[in-house]
Design a binder for this molecule. Structure first.
Ligand code: GDP
Ligand code: MG
Length: 695
């Protein structure tokens, strides 16, 4: 299942099918129906967008199916779109199967027009015919097929309906290399300029194999990737681009709108025309439930409270239902550790397995129930269609910090865990938005930091205040995230906001298998990706905390054994930097350990205060020890909580940030800004507090 084969392993005579479609059109369902879910998952070469591949045998032919990322369009605004179109252009699949949601025909056909424009063989899988029917929409499939110049096979993928026909038609289209029989026409004014640019491009050797008309249209749309390609490959690329620029300016003056908008309008015109002709809507079923629900949940006034209530309900559900299995897992790992400690002789191996591996990996795995529940809730909200409404509701507020409503979903996930939060940024259209969201997502305080807050707030504040202090820390994170997003959007990641429609797909009753599949895909990523990194980090941390071994006799300096280990030296070395924040060297060690995983901060503090860990009363004992330490105070506790909130997230999160951004510069920026911001904020809190006499 987890083979990471990179290239389609097709040989002569095989057929390669690329499966494309809007998100939620039923692509995955069609993929599974065609291939019987025999798939391997890898990444597209060069980028970390997941690539699913499966096979199907038809007579003597092996049909390879590649699931392209779900997209609404093929512009260069989002990574998914670039990946999808580059696959179609560079890998030349024998046929593109475009999965179209029949109950949302007009919007889905927009992507179809782009494939038609590319001039590649296309077959439309007109999916969700049942939903279209339920909404009272009657589609004349034959006529629509004729109007679009593309074969259409109606399907109900969730019940396997039409899949065999689809397989037959797609293989036939591939073998005959049948390209679309129509073209989207853009009207006299635009066509004149398209023709002119097409002509200049047609005879260029350097662009052979790329459809010239498509390139011309993309140039008029000012598509970054195509512009770079032309500049790079053509000797006089600069000349041509300047001419295109003049044409764009001219068009804007004539049409009063930029060329991109004008082209999009024409495509929609083409689609609307085709749909008006080939579909009828029966009067009886005109009540539009989607619209009725939308009137309430995206209401200007009611929208926000409804949204907040749902979020609150979601977190309640996750934490309440997640707590018991989390306790079971905790005791299971405790049992395992105790037994290993009993059966293995004392020594490094026992210590490595018990303290290092079980302590580290177990500490992460116990969060799996909560993570799965969180993803279950998110999958439900997404599959039903509510998530896009939530993004719509917060969109306006997000614009203040230079982001879109869509960035909000990854940030929300960040309250659970930063790793999936960073992965969820894949849904963002523009790379700038994506990077900004990734950079600030760690400021959403993740679940692993909570135990530290609970310890510190509990130790230094009366019960009635402790909860409010913790809430204040969460709020500080949100405010800093907003601030930093603004800073990044107006400096390093400056640029216009990518224009896009806030999609409001129709509501749909989520199906159990679909929801479970989505939950599982994401949960497994957490276990697999975080698990491997955490394992390595735990072993490294364990080694740092175990070596060099302390002198055999009681050390004369009165320091606990841990002070002599490598981690101890690091902690003591950091003391001069941390002293202005009010932190002692013991805190320094815990902060270093926290880089591996925030879960280990409390355990490391307990070790540095020479307490027996894993005892039931260890939290109480640690609380006492902290209160008795003269260098600690409520002020130091707040400064420390702020520091732990802001300073670099765990190794797993950093590794994922690196992989997903594909840039070590981005990782370096993340580490640098979180470290300095943490220091600065803690410094202000501690020194400011002392000035006010709270020290
Ligand atoms: P993807 O995002 O395009 O991969 O979409 P999925 O395959 O995950 O499908 C989204 C939802 O639509 C799932 O809950 C499917 O069970 C459901 N679905 C898929 N095909 C059909 C269909 O033909 N009819 C209906 N009513 N639901 C479908
Ligand atoms: Mg899918």
């Amino acid at each position: 299942m987890t083979q990471t084969q990179q290239v389609t392993t097709a040989t002569e005579g095989d057929v390669v099918v690329a499966l494309a479609g809007n998100p939620n059109s039923g692509k995955t369902t069609v993929f599974n129906a065609i291939t019987g879910a025999r798939q391997h998952v890898g990444n597209y070469p060069g980028v970390t967008v997941e690539k699913k591949e499966g096979q199907r045998r038809v007579d003597d032919t092996i049909v390879h199916v590649v699931d392209l990322p779900g997209t609404y369009s093929l512009t260069a605004y989002s990574l998914e779109e670039v990946v999808a179109r580059n696959f179609v252009i560079n890998e030349c699949p024998d046929v593109v199967v475009d999965v179209v949601d029949a109950s949302n025909l007009e919007r889905n056909l927009y992507l179809t027009t782009q494939f038609i424009e590319l001039g590649v063989p296309v077959v439309i899988a007109l999916n969700m015919m049942d939903a279209a029917e339920a909404r009272g929409r009657d589609i004349d499939v034959e006529l629509l097929s004729e109007l679009l110049g593309v074969p259409i096979v109606p399907t109900v993928a969730s019940r396997g309906g039409g899949i065999e026909d689809l397989v037959a038609v797609m293989v036939e289209t591939a073998r005959a290399h049948r390209v679309p029989g129509r073209e989207v026409r853009y009207g006299r004014e635009l066509e004149e300029h398209i023709a002119e640019i097409t002509q200049s491009l047609e005879h260029e050797e350097a662009l052979a194999g790329l459809p010239a008309r498509w390139l011309a249209i993309k140039l008029l749309e000012d598509d970054d990737e195509v512009r770079d390609l032309v500049a790079e490959r053509l000797d006089d690329g600069g000349d041509l681009l300047r001419r295109v620029e003049r044409t764009r300016a001219h068009l804007e003056a004539v049409i009063g709108d930029d060329a991109e908008m004008a082209l999009a309008d024409r495509r929609y015109g083409f689609i609307n025309g085709a749909c008006a002709e080939a579909t009828t809507t029966s009067r009886a079923q005109r009540i539009d439930w989607s619209e009725a629900i939308d009137n309430v949940v995206t209401h200007r006034v009611l929208g926000i409270p409804i949204f907040l209530a749902l979020m609150w309900g979601m977190f309640e559900m996750v934490f309440r239902l997640g707590a018991p299995p989390m306790r079971w897992l905790e005791s299971a790992f405790g049992w395992l550790a105790a037994h290993l400690a009993f059966w293995l002789p004392d020594g490094p191996l026992q210590s490595l397995l018990v303290d290092g591996v079980i302590g580290g990996v177990g500490g992460v795995l116990i969060f799996v129930p909560q993570i799965l529940l969180l993803f279950l809730a998110i999958s439900l909200l997404e599959d039903s269609g509510y998530m896009s409404r939530a993004a719509f509701v917060v969109d306006r507020a997000m614009h203040y910090v230079g982001l879109h409503g869509k960035s909000f979903i990854p940030m929300l996930i960040g309250f659970g865990c930063t790793v999936p939060a960073i992965m969820a940024t894949r849904t963002l259209e523009s790379r700038r938005d994506r990077l900004t969201t990734m950079l600030v997502a760690p400021l959403m305080s993740c679940g692993a930091r909570l135990p530290v807050y609970v310890l510190l707030a509990g130790a230094f504040f009366p019960p009635y205040l402790a909860g409010k202090v913790i809430f204040g820390i969460y709020l500080l994170g949100v405010l800093l995230a907003a601030l930093m997003a603004r800073v990044f959007r107006s400096t390093l990641l400056k640029g216009p906001m990518a224009p896009f429609v806030m999609e409001l797909p129709p509501y749909r009753m989520p199906t159990l298998p679909g929801t479970l599949l989505h939950m599982w895909e994401r949960g497994w990523c957490y276990v697999r990706k975080a698990g491997t990194v955490i394992l390595a980090a735990s072993v490294v941390m364990w080694a740092l905390l175990s070596w060099p071994e302390p002198p055999a006799h009681a050390p004369a300096d009165g320091l606990p054994a841990i002070a002599h280990t490598a981690a101890g030296h690091i902690g003591r070395g950091l003391e001069p930097v941390l002293r202005p924040l009010g932190f002692n060297w013991k805190v320094g060690i815990s902060l270093v350990a926290g880089l591996a995983a925030k879960e280990v901060v409390v355990a490391t503090l307990a070790t540095t205060y020479s307490l027996e860990e894993s005892a039931e009363g260890s939290t109480a004992a640690l609380t006492e020890a902290l209160r008795a330490d003269p260098t600690f105070s409520p002020l130091v506790a707040i400064a420390l909580m702020a520091f732990i909130l802001i300073y670099p997230p765990c190794i797993a999160a950093m590794a994922v940030l690196w992989r997903e951004s594909g840039s070590s510069k981005c990782l370096a920026i993340a580490v640098a800004y979180t470290t300095s911001l943490a220091w600065l904020v803690s410094f202000i809190i501690y020194q400011g507090g002392r000035l006010l006499g709270w020290g």
